[in-house]
Unconditional design. Structure first.
Lengths: 852, 530
C-alpha cells in the first residue's frame, strides 16, 4: 500500500481544522466566532472532500469531488463573511448576492461539470491515477467570480487597514494569511512544488493566522478551550493518522519476522493503535494540565481567596490592596491603579496602586471622557482603542501625559447597579509581556466582586467617617472624642495620658472681621497644625465651635506643655495666603490636664482641662495653663486682656492717632469726637454694659482714622465728588482697619469701624451686609456718624438744622439705619440728652479732652 | 526599560552609560546638566506659593539672579508649609513624605516631600550605587536580579526606607527580610530574621548605616551560633550554606577565633550611609572581606552622591540637586553672626583640600531651595586617575559644628543639651560640648561643665552622678539617643567637671565666652589649661 504525501497533509489539515472547530464550538458566540466556524467548516469540506476523493472513499469519488468543490465555493463566501464581521462592516446585500451566485454555480456544476468537471480515473500498470479534463472557458467564469469576491475582500481589508489604526496590528496576520493562501495555490503551477500539497499547507497556515488575529482582537470569550472529549477525539484522529503512517512498516516487520506472527497481526495492529492513541492522550493531558487546567485552577484559587477575603472587609484600603495584589499575583501586571469617586463633586481620585511609590495625583473629573466611556462599557477598555475614538479628543493633555506616564493600557469600570463605583487602570503584564484572554477574564471577575465590595465599603466608610469626624475640619467630632478618650484612658492606666484643650481667642471677633468663611479656613488651618504636630498614636477632636481637644497617650506634663507651646507658636504665626490683606493673628488659650498626676478619671481629666481654660479666660487670653501652675507667655503678643489695663495702655495710642487726624483734617477730628459722644450716649440709653460702651467710644474716635490717607483735595472738595473720588473716599474704611489692626489690643473696635458704612438694607459698603448681620456697635456708629455729618457745616454743604437731620434719619430708618436705634436716638435728642451742634456745642472736643 | 530588563538583554554597555555615565562627564558637561536642571527647577519653584513667599513676589530670570534673590534657607523657612503637608503650595506634587527628627527645631519631626520625578532620579541613582558597589572596575557589571540584599536600615517613612522600594522599580533584588515584613518588625527582629535568611540561602549585598552595619556584623557570631543551635535549623539551609558554615566553623576553630561574616558569605557589594562611616569602614572590611562603599543621602536632599569601585571619595549626582558650597571660614562666621551672608561657590569653583558646608536646591520639583542641610564635605580632588573622572570628588567630614551627630543615629543640638541640663536640675554654671573619638575610633560627646559653688554644698554630685542624670534626660528627650544605647550598645556621653571659675576665666581672657558647641581644639585646649 502506498501513501501519497497529499493524503498525509490533507489528513493533517483536516484534523487541525476539526480541532479548531471543536474548540471554538465551545467559545461564546458572536458574529466573528460564527463566521470563523463557518470558515473552518468550509475548509474541512474542501480539504476533507479532496482527501476522500483521492482515496476514493465510498460511495463515490465524484460525490467527494462535489463536496470538495462545494467547500471551496463556501470558503470564498465564508471568507467574505468573516472579514466583514472582523472589521465590523455589515454587507448583508453583498453577502446574500455572493451566496446565491456561488450556490448557483455549484448547483449548475453538479450534473454536467460545466465549470469544472470531476477527474477521470485511469489505471496504468496497475496504478490508478486521477486525470482532470482540459479547463474550459466556463472555468474562467468561475475564476472571475471567485477573483471578484476575493478582490472585494482584499479592498475592504485595505480600506479598514488605512482607516482604523487600532485594527492594523490585528488585520496584518489576516492579510498575510490571505497572501499565503493565494501564493500557496499559485505555487501549485510551479514545477518545484509538483507533487507537494502546498495549497493545503497554505490553508492550514492561513487558518493559524486567523486564529492568531482572533486571539489578538480578544473579542470572544472562551469558557474552556480544551475539554477532555475534544482531547480524546483529537488523539484518536491523530492516532489514526500515525497508525496509518506506520502500518506498512509494521506489516513489513511482521512478514519478515522469524516467528510467524502474522496470525496475531490483527491483535498487534489493535494493540499498536491503542498504544499510539494512549501515548498521544497522555501527552495531551500533560500539555493541557500544564497549560490550561493548572492555570485555570490557579486562577480559580486566587479568585476564591480574593472573594473570601474581600467579603470579610469593609475597609476600602484593604479592598484596594486585596484587589491589586490578586490581579498582580495572577497576571504579573506591573502597574495597577484603583480610583474611586470622592468628595462632593464625585471626581475620580486615585486611591491605591501596587507600586509603593506611585504618583496618585491624577484626578479625573466625573465628566471626563474616559469615565463616560467606562460608564457605557461593560467590558475592558483598551486605551489604544480609546485613543482612536472621538471621545479621546476632549481628554486634557495633562491627563493623557499622566496616564501614559502611569503606563496605563487598559481600564475596567467597576459598576454596581449602573453606577460607576470605581475603576481599575492597568498596564500590560510584566514578565509575561502580553496579557491573554484568561487574564482579562480573571480581572473582570475580580472587578465584579470588587464593585460590590467597594460600594459597600464606601457607604460604610462614609457613614463611619460622618459619624466620627467633624465635617468642617476633618478631625474627630465631640461624640467620638469621648469614646476614644475613654479607650485611651483605660489603655494608659499603667502610664500617663494628657489632654489638651485648645481654645481660639476672640474667634467671634475674627468671624466678624473677616466673615465666617475666613473663620472656617482658620479653623481648618488650626486643625491641620494640631494634626501635623502629633504622632499617629495621638488624637485630635473638635471639642466645640472654637475649641479642639488633643488626646496624648503616654505624654507627661513636661512633654504636653512643650507640645502646647509649639502649637501656640505655630498657630500664632500661621499666615493665610488666600487673602490679599493681612489678618489679625489668631491666639489660643490651652488648658492641659494629665492623668494620673492631676486626674483619676476621664471626667476629671476633661474637667481639669476645661477649668484651666476657664482660668485663662478669666485673666486674659493667649496662655497655657496646667493644673494650678499658670504658664505666663513671654512673647510681646501675650498680654493679659484685662479691659481697663488695655485701655490705659492704649490711651496714648488713641490720642496719638486722633492728634494725627487733627493735624491732617481738623473737621474729621471734631467729627470723630462728636460721633463718640453721640454713640456713647445712645449705647448707654440702650443699657449696653460699660465694656461695650467703652468699645463704641474708642471705635467712634478711630472710625475715620483712615481718612489720614485720603488726599486733601478730595477730603475738602467744595463740590460733589466724582465717581473716582467717591471710590477713593470709600477706601477710608479699609484704611482705618489697616491702621487699627496693627494695634492688636484695639482690634475689638474693628467690627464697629468696618461696619459703620453698612446699610441696614444691605446697600452699604464695604461688605454689603444687612440687618442684624451688621454688628450692633457698627449700627450705633452709623446713626451717630450720619447725624453729625448732617448737622455739621462742611465745605460742600451748610449745616442742616437738627429737625431736618432727625427727619432724614427717620426717613432712612430701615434703609440706611436700624429703625430701633433711630427711634432711641431721636428720643435722646428730643429729651435734650444729646447736645445738638451750634451754640451748645463745646469748643473743646469732649471725648478727646477726657483722654487728655 | 529598567535595569533588570537591560540585564536580561545583556545590554551591559548601555547599563553603564545610563546609570554610571555621569562619571565620564567633563566638568563643563556636568555644570551644563546642573544649570539646565536648575533653570527648570527655578521656574517650578518661583511659580509655587512657597517660592513666591521666599522671593517676595519677584521672579528671577537667571540662575545668578535666583542666587542673589533667594536667601540661604533652613527648615524654619519651610516648616509652615511642609509640616502641614500643603501640597498645593509646593513646586511639585509630592508622592511621598519622608521624615526625620528635627533636633532643636520647633517641632519634633521634619518632613520632606518627594515628587515622582525626584523618585525617578532617585531610583536611577540608587541603581548606579548598586552597580558601583559591586563592580571592581569601570564598565563591568556584576549585578544580577537573583542577588539578595541584607538590609540594615530604618523603613519608611525614613529616607533609608525609600531604597528598597526604589531599587525594586529597577530590579527584583530580594531583600532580607522582605520589605513588607521588615516594615512591621523591630530593629532587632529585622536583623535576626535577615541573618537567618542569609544563612539559609546566602546573601550577596549588604546595605546599612555604618554604625548599625557594624553592630549587626559583630552580633553575627551570636546570631550564627543561635542559628546553628540545632541540627534542624542547619538542615533548613541550602547545602552550599551548610558546607560553607561547617567549613568556616572548622577553620575558625583551628585559628582559634570567632566566626565572622566573611567566613560564610562572599559579599559582592557593601554600601553604607550616614555619618561617622570612616570610624567603621576598616572594621567592616575586616569582618566582611569587602570594603564598604559610602553613599550620601538625606531626608531633604534625597540621594545625592556615591563613591565608586576605588572607594576613594564620592561624586555628587548631577541630576539630584543643584550644589553650592560655603567655605569653612564663612560657615563658622555664620555661626557667630546670624546676619552674615556667606558667599557660595558652585561645583566648578571648589578647591581641593578645602572644607565646605553644602547648600542644596533640590531639583525635579523639590521644595528646598538654597537649603543649608547642615553637612560639611571636603573636596579631595578635581580628577581621579583610577576612576578616570574629571569632576570634583569629596569626602564627608561631619555635620556643621552646632550639631553633634553620633554615629548617624542622633543629632544633639545646643537646645537639646540645655533642656537636658535644665531638666536634670543640676546647678550647671557653664558648659561646652565637643564631639570626640575614643581609642577605638568611636564617636562620643564630651561635655565639659562647671557647677555653681553653692550647689556643691547642698547636692551630692560627682561625675558619675552627673553623667547618669544627664543620660537619663537625654534619653527622655531624644528617642534616637535611647536607640543609640539600645541598638548600638554605645554610651555616647563623657562628662568632665571643670574647676569653678574656669569658664569665666576664659571669658575674661578672650572677651567672649567659649563656643558652646564643638569649640575648636585651640579654644578647648585653652579652656582646659586655665
Amino acid at each position: 500500500m502506498t501513501h501519497g504525501i497529499f493524503e498525509y497533509f490533507s489528513s493533517l489539515a483536516v484534523i487541525s481544522y476539526l480541532f479548531m472547530f471543536l474548540i471554538f464550538l465551545k467559545a461564546e458566540k458572536n458574529n466573528i466566532v460564527r463566521a470563523f466556524l463557518l470558515l473552518l467548516v468550509s475548509m474541512i469540506l474542501w480539504t476533507g472532500g479532496s482527501l476522500l476523493m483521492r482515496i476514493e472513499f465510498i460511495p463515490s469519488y465524484i460525490l467527494w469531488y462535489h463536496v470538495s468543490l462545494g467547500g471551496m465555493f463556501l470558503v470564498i463566501y465564508s471568507y467574505f463573511r468573516f472579514i466583514t464581521a472582523f472589521i465590523g462592516e455589515s454587507k448583508k446585500g453583498f453577502s446574500a448576492f455572493y451566496l446565491i451566485l456561488l450556490l448557483g454555480c455549484f448547483v449548475i456544476n453538479i450534473p454536467s461539470g460545466l465549470f469544472m468537471k470531476w477527474p477521470s480515473i485511469i489505471t496504468r500498470n496497475g496504478v490508478s491515477s486521477m486525470v482532470y479534463d482540459e479547463i474550459t472557458g466556463f472555468a474562467a467564469v468561475l475564476f472571475l467570480i471567485a477573483g471578484s469576491i476575493g478582490l472585494h475582500v482584499f479592498m475592504m481589508l485595505l480600506k479598514s487597514y488605512r482607516k482604523n489604526h487600532a485594527l492594523r496590528s490585528k488585520l496584518t496576520p489576516i492579510i498575510l494569511g490571505i497572501i499565503i493562501l493565494f501564493l500557496g495555490n499559485l505555487a501549485l503551477v510551479l514545477p518545484i512544488f509538483r507533487g507537494f500539497p502546498v495549497d493545503i499547507l497554505a490553508g492550514v497556515v492561513n487558518a493559524g493566522f486567523i486564529l492568531y488575529s482572533l486571539v489578538k482582537k480578544r473579542l470572544f470569550k472562551l469558557t474552556l478551550m480544551a475539554s477532555e472529549s475534544v482531547g480524546y477525539l483529537f488523539c484518536v484522529l491523530l492516532g489514526f493518522l500515525v497508525f496509518y503512517t506506520i502500518q506498512p512498516y509494521l506489516e513489513l516487520a511482521l512478514s519478515v519476522s522469524a516467528n510467524d506472527l502474522s496470525t496475531y497481526s490483527l491483535l498487534i495492529y489493535m494493540l499498536t493503535f491503542v498504544a499510539v492513541v494512549s501515548l498521544l492522550f497522555a501527552l495531551w493531558k500533560k500539555v493541557i494540565s500544564n497549560i490550561f487546567i493548572r492555570e485555570e485552577e490557579t486562577f480559580n484559587a486566587i479568585l476564591k481567596k480574593y472573594s473570601a477575603n474581600v467579603a470579610k472587609s469593609l475597609d476600602l484600603n484593604t479592598i484596594f490592596e486585596l484587589t491589586v495584589s490578586s490581579i498582580a499575583e495572577a497576571t504579573g501586571i506591573t502597574h495597577i491603579y484603583m480610583s474611586i469617586p470622592e468628595g462632593a463633586h464625585g471626581n475620580y481620585v486615585m486611591r491605591h496602586s501596587n507600586q509603593s511609590l506611585a504618583d496618585l495625583s491624577l484626578v479625573l473629573k466625573k465628566d471626563n471622557p474616559l469615565i463616560t466611556c467606562l460608564k457605557n462599557k461593560d467590558d475592558l477598555l483598551k486605551m489604544d482603542e480609546f485613543s482612536h475614538s472621538v471621545d479621546y479628543k476632549s481628554m486634557w493633555e495633562n491627563e493623557k501625559y499622566q496616564l501614559s506616564k502611569m503606563k496605563v493600557q487598559y481600564a475596567l469600570g467597576l459598576k454596581e447597579q449602573d453606577q460607576l463605583v470605581g475603576m481599575i487602570l492597568f498596564s500590560e503584564g510584566g514578565k509575561k509581556q502580553r496579557l491573554r484572554e484568561q487574564d482579562f477574564n480573571l480581572i473582570q471577575s475580580i472587578g465584579l466582586i470588587a464593585s460590590i465590595a467597594i460600594k459597600n465599603a464606601h457607604t460604610y466608610e462614609k457613614a463611619y467617617h460622618e459619624a466620627r469626624t467633624d465635617h468642617l475640619t476633618g478631625v474627630l467630632n465631640r461624640r467620638y472624642f469621648y469614646e476614644i478618650l475613654q479607650t485611651e484612658f483605660e489603655l494608659s492606666k499603667e502610664g500617663s495620658i494628657a489632654l489638651l484643650l485648645v481654645n481660639l481667642d476672640d474667634f467671634k471677633l475674627f468671624n466678624q472681621l473677616y466673615g465666617v468663611k475666613q473663620g472656617d479656613i482658620a479653623l481648618k488651618r488650626v486643625a491641620e497644625i494640631i494634626r501635623s504636630s502629633i504622632s499617629p498614636t495621638c488624637h485630635v477632636a473638635r471639642y466645640s465651635g472654637k475649641e479642639f481637644a488633643v488626646i496624648l497617650p503616654a505624654y507627661d506634663v513636661f512633654t504636653a506643655k512643650k507640645l502646647a507651646e509649639s502649637l501656640r507658636d505655630q498657630i500664632m504665626s500661621m499666615k493665610n495666603r488666600s487673602t490679599e490683606y493681612r489678618q489679625k493673628a489668631i491666639t489660643v488659650s490651652i488648658g492641659i490636664s494629665v492623668a494620673p498626676y492631676g486626674a483619676k478619671t476621664v471626667k476629671e481629666l476633661v474637667e481639669n482641662a476645661e477649668q484651666a481654660i476657664y482660668q485663662i479666660k478669666r485673666k486674659g487670653k493667649n496662655a497655657i495653663k496646667i493644673f494650678d501652675t499658670f504658664v505666663q507667655p513671654e512673647s510681646p503678643h501675650d498680654e493679659i486682656n484685662k479691659y481697663a489695663q488695655v485701655y490705659d495702655e492704649f490711651k496714648s495710642t488713641i490720642y496719638a492717632l486722633t492728634a494725627a487726624i487733627d493735624a491732617k483734617d481738623h473737621y474729621t477730628f471734631s467729627h470723630s469726637d462728636n460721633v463718640a459722644f453721640y454713640a456713647t450716649e445712645l449705647a448707654k440709653r440702650l443699657s449696653l454694659n460699660e465694656e461695650i460702651v467703652e468699645n463704641i467710644r474708642q471705635a467712634a474716635l478711630l472710625h475715620d482714622v483712615g481718612k489720614i490717607g485720603i488726599p486733601e483735595h478730595i477730603l475738602n472738595k467744595p463740590g460733589k465728588l466724582t465717581m473716582e473720588e467717591y471710590e477713593v473716599m470709600k477706601g477710608h474704611v479699609e484704611a482705618s482697619i489697616d491702621i487699627i489692626r496693627h494695634l492688636p489690643s484695639l482690634d475689638y473696635v474693628i467690627p464697629a469701624v468696618l461696619g459703620h458704612h453698612e446699610y441696614y438694607d444691605g446697600n452699604g459698603y464695604p461688605r454689603r451686609i444687612a440687618g442684624d448681620n451688621i454688628p450692633l456697635t457698627a449700627r450705633i456708629l452709623c446713626v451717630a456718624d450720619a447725624f453729625d455729618a448732617m448737622v455739621s457745616e462742611r465745605c460742600y454743604k451748610p449745616a442742616f438744622p437738627v429737625e431736618e437731620a432727625l427727619h432724614r434719619l427717620e426717613r432712612d430708618a430701615g434703609k440706611q439705619f436700624d429703625p430701633v436705634l433711630v427711634d432711641t436716638f431721636i428720643m435722646l435728642v428730643k429729651q435734650g440728652l444729646i447736645s445738638p451742634p451750634g451754640s451748645e456745642r463745646l469748643k473743646t472736643p469732649r471725648v478727646i479732652a477726657a483722654i487728655k | 526599560m529598567n535595569l533588570q530588563e537591560r540585564l536580561n538583554n545583556k545590554e551591559y554597555d548601555a547599563i553603564w552609560r545610563h546609570y554610571c555615565g555621569f562619571l565620564d562627564l567633563t566638568l563643563d558637561a556636568y555644570m551644563s546638566i546642573q544649570k539646565r536642571l536648575m533653570e527648570e527647577q527655578m521656574i517650578l519653584w518661583s511659580q509655587s506659593e512657597l517660592g513666591q513667599t521666599l522671593l517676595k513676589g519677584k521672579t528671577p530670570q537667571t540662575i545668578d539672579e535666583f542666587r542673589s534673590l533667594v536667601p540661604l534657607t533652613t527648615y524654619d523657612d519651610y516648616a509652615d508649609v511642609l509640616l502641614q503637608r500643603r501640597s498645593e503650595s509646593l513646586p511639585g506634587n509630592p508622592v511621598i513624605w519622608i521624615q526625620t527628627t528635627w533636633e532643636g527645631g520647633k517641632h519634633p519631626i521634619k518632613i520632606a516631600p518627594y515628587t515622582r520625578n525626584m523618585l525617578d532620579t532617585f531610583k536611577t541613582n540608587v541603581a548606579a550605587c548598586l552597580i558601583l558597589a559591586t563592580t571592581e572596575e569601570k564598565g563591568k557589571i556584576n549585578v544580577t536580579p537573583d542577588d539578595k540584599l541584607l538590609y540594615g536600615l530604618a523603613p519608611l517613612p525614613y529616607a533609608t526606607g525609600l531604597l528598597p522600594h526604589s531599587l525594586n522599580e529597577e530590579i527584583d533584588i530580594k531583600f532580607l527580610p522582605p520589605v513588607k515584613e521588615a516594615e512591621e518588625m523591630t530593629f532587632s527582629e529585622r536583623n535576626k530574621l535577615g541573618f537567618k535568611m542569609a544563612m539559609k540561602g546566602d546573601v550577596e549585598l549588604f546595605f546599612g548605616l555604618g554604625s548599625v552595619a557594624y553592630a549587626i556584623s559583630t552580633s553575627f557570631t551570636n546570631l550564627s551560633s543561635q542559628g546553628s543551635g540545632g541540627l534542624s535549623s542547619l538542615l533548613k539551609c541550602k547545602p552550599k550554606m551548610i558546607y560553607r558554615f561547617l567549613k568556616a566553623k572548622v577553620r575558625c576553630k583551628k585559628e582559634n577565633r570567632a566566626i565572622t561574616p566573611k567566613d560564610v558569605f562572599n559579599l559582592k557589594g557593601f554600601m553604607v550611609a550616614g555619618t561617622d562611616n570612616r570610624c567603621y569602614k576598616d572594621d567592616l572590611e575586616a569582618l566582611w572581606g569587602v570594603r564598604p562603599m559610602e553613599i550620601f543621602a538625606g531626608t531633604e536632599p534625597s540621594l545625592i552622591g556615591t563613591e565608586t569601585w576605588s572607594r576613594d571619595g564620592m561624586y555628587f549626582f548631577p541630576d539630584a540637586c543643584f550644589y553650592e558650597f560655603i567655605t569653612e571660614k564663612d560657615m563658622l562666621k555664620t555661626l557667630e553672626d546670624e546676619h552674615f551672608k556667606p558667599k557660595t561657590y558652585l561645583m566648578d569653583e571648589v578647591i581641593p583640600g578645602e572644607k565646605y558646608e553644602i547648600v542644596l536646591s533640590v531639583l525635579k520639583g523639590g521644595a528646598f531651595a538654597r537649603y543649608r542641610v547642615g553637612d560639611v564635605y571636603r573636596c579631595v580632588g578635581l580628577t581621579h586617575s583610577q576612576d578616570q573622572t574629571k569632576i570634583p570628588r569629596f569626602e564627608y567630614v561631619d555635620r556643621v559644628p552646632n550639631i553633634i551627630d553620633i554615629a548617624g543615629f542622633t543629632r544633639i543640638s545646643e537646645t537639646g543639651i540645655k533642656n537636658a541640663i535644665e531638666l536634670s536640675r543640676l546647678d550647671v554654671a557653664a558648659w561646652t560640648a565637643k564631639k570626640t573619638y575614643n581609642h577605638q575610633n568611636r564617636p562620643f560627646m564630651h561635655l565639659y561643665l562647671e557647677l555653681r559653688n553653692e550647689s556643691l554644698i547642698h547636692q551630692a554630685v560627682n561625675t558619675d552622678i552627673i553623667k547618669e542624670v544627664l543620660t537619663t534626660y537625654f534619653k527622655y528627650l531624644d528617642q534616637d539617643y535611647r536607640d543609640l544605647k539600645k541598638i548600638l550598645g554605645m554610651d555616647p556621653l563623657e562628662v568632665t567637671v571643670l574647676r569653678s571659675g574656669t569658664f569665666s576665666a576664659y571669658e575674661a581672657k578672650h572677651g567672649k565666652p567659649i563656643t558652646k558647641m564643638n569649640p575648636t581644639p585651640f579654644e578647648l585646649g585653652d579652656l582646659l589649661t586655665l
